[in-house]
Ligand binder design. Sequence first.
Ligand SMILES: [Zn+2]
Length: 187
Amino acid sequence: MDKIIFLDRDGTINVEKNYLYKTEDFQFISGVPEAIKSFNDNGYRVVVVTNQAGVARGYYTEEDVKVLHHYIDGELEKYGAHIDRYMYCPHHPVNGTGEYKCECSCRKPGTGMFEKCREYYDIDMDASWMIGDNKGDIGAGKNFGIKTILVGTGYGKQLREEGYDEYDYYASDLAEAARLINQIEVN
Ligand SMILES: [Zn+2]
């Protein structure tokens, strides 16, 4: 079976910037490439699940999203790390144009992107995790039925301080989340 780390992108992997799509604006949060490498080394598949409503809003295209993901792959390669698969939701229920304006099942906290992964992986639900910085990430992980970690990067720290507590675990960043998972797995 496949144990999977589902990872939010903006605010978890890279520094949150509104509607990021340009490669020159991309910046890893400190320790992230090393954390992803540790997941690779420990036998996890790493799958990015990201809401990209900027496509629906017409701020950038699906091609831009793919170009950025290709760029991330190249940057991770320098650390010997890799992401196994990228899933993104280009939709928005209200602020969208054409085919992108719809009530989809993939926009987190929906689980469509996770369900789609069943086509590629035999997901070990007990050994898989969702890590993200926002309510939608935690909600999606819980709706799918896997353990969740809120990271303090992006919006996470503020949410926690405001009393949000629906996550299973909290980690200051992805590097700490990786250590936490390793600890839990060993025990
Ligand atoms: Zn969608």
